[in-house]
Design a protein around this ligand. Structure first.
Ligand code: PLP
Length: 363
């Protein structure tokens, strides 16, 4: 580990692979012997265009999607922008979309959709504090799309089996488990993700959309918000976030060099198991926030101390052990360890050791 580094459990922006950070720093100094920093080159110039095209190709390759059927897009506005852009593009008068709500971000997507069209909740675990992924629902065959959040960053739940929505296009916010587990991504009509968790720095929103679904998007909306504008311009309609896209390309390259999504998923499962095992062993002292074990997120492990008075002390000890970013989201409290793709197993082990040691001393 670079000597100054701490174990950064932040939910996002979040830890990135050190190899990526080093290569990105080189790109900031100078790109391709051009005598310019990547931050200075034109998005219409050949140096940037090569980086852009490479990132697009890698994106589809890592996701296992064919360029014949899917389009990669690099957009702005974050995943929150997609909460609006999606219904804006796909809902016209007389049409509706259906949302399955497993957490706070899904609820936000629903709320934004309602501002723009006929958007309906068909299942929610809100009444149980989003402690599981809702699995009971009925999809109307005439729904324009069904929306899910594959990983609920705040609450710590994740989809391991995608819902069966029949022939209705399935759209997913994959912000917090993008590339973290292997899925048959061709089951999605569209996925989107803010990059700042598993995919790179803040500032770019990643989209992969099935061409046949995108063909049905509206064009009678402002050009900047129309998916087709960006599709037709290869995400170069206006100035894209060049540096963020460059780093996303480096992260995708890193995933491929590590052995692809299968290797990443295996590691993620091992890391999550280290923490869940510790929490389960010490369940008289700690309380995992997710009651449905089969839905426990590999990315965001959430728990509380049964004696909440000890929270500040736990955080202080964690900080002293160079474990940072463990405070739970302000809306739910408790603790959250975000252990994205780049998070090292040694950091997870250090946290598990602290969980055991702290419980032994204070329990
Ligand atoms: N969706 C999920 C699942 C998230 O975790 C987040 C951010 O944490 C968002 C949406 C919002 O993303 P952004 O800040 O890119 O708008």
């Amino acid at each position: 580990m670079m000597s100054h580094r701490i174990y950064n459990f932040s939910a996002g922006p979040a830890i990135l692979p050190e190899a990526v950070l080093e290569e990105a720093a080189q790109g900031v100094r100078e790109i391709n012997g051009s005598g310019m920093s990547l931050l200075e080159v034109s998005h219409r110039g050949k140096d940037y265009e090569a980086i852009h095209a490479d990132a697009e190709q890698r994106l589809l390759r890592v996701l296992g999607l064919s360029a014949d059927d899917y389009v990669p897009l690099f957009l702005q506005g974050g995943a929150s922008g997609q909460f609006a852009q999606l219904p804006l593009n796909f809902l016209s008068a007389g049409q509706h979309a259906e949302y399955i709500i497993g957490g706070d971000w899904g609820a936000k997507a629903l709320k934004e959709g309602k501002n723009l069209g006929d958007v309906r909740e068909i299942a929610s675990s809100k009444a149980d504090k989003y402690a599981y992924i809702p699995k009971q629902f009925t999809v109307s065959p005439d729904a324009r799309y069904v929306h899910i959040t594959t990983n609920n960053t705040i609450e710590g739940t994740e989809y391991f089996d995608l819902p069966n929505v029949g022939d209705v296009p399935l759209v997913a916010d994959c912000s917090s488990d993008f590339t973290a587990i292997q899925r048959d991504n061709s089951k999605f009509a569209m996925i989107y993700a803010g990059a700042q968790k598993n995919a790179g720095p803040a500032g770019v929103t990643i989209v992969a959309a099935r061409k046949s679904f995108l063909d049905t998007a509206r064009t009678d909306i402002p050009a900047i918000w129309a998916y087709k504008t960006h599709r037709d311009a290869n995400s170069l309609y206006n100035t894209p976030p060049t540096f963020a896209i460059y780093v996303v390309g480096l992260v995708l390259k890193w995933i491929e060099a590590e052995g692809g999504q299968a290797v990443i998923e295996k590691r993620n499962k091992e890391k999550a198991a280290i923490l869940y095992n510790a929490l389960d062993e010490l369940s008289s002292f700690y309380e995992p926030a997710v009651t449905a074990k089969e839905d426990r997120s590999l990315m965001n492990v959430t728990w509380r101390l049964r004696n909440a008075d000890l929270e500040a002390e736990f955080l202080a000890e964690a900080k002293a052990a160079k474990l940072d970013g463990l405070k739970g989201h302000r809306s739910v409290g408790g603790f959250r360890a975000s252990i994205y793709n780049a998070f090292p197993v040694a950091g997870v082990q250090t946290l598990a050791d602290l969980l055991r040691d702290f419980a032994q001393r204070k329990g």
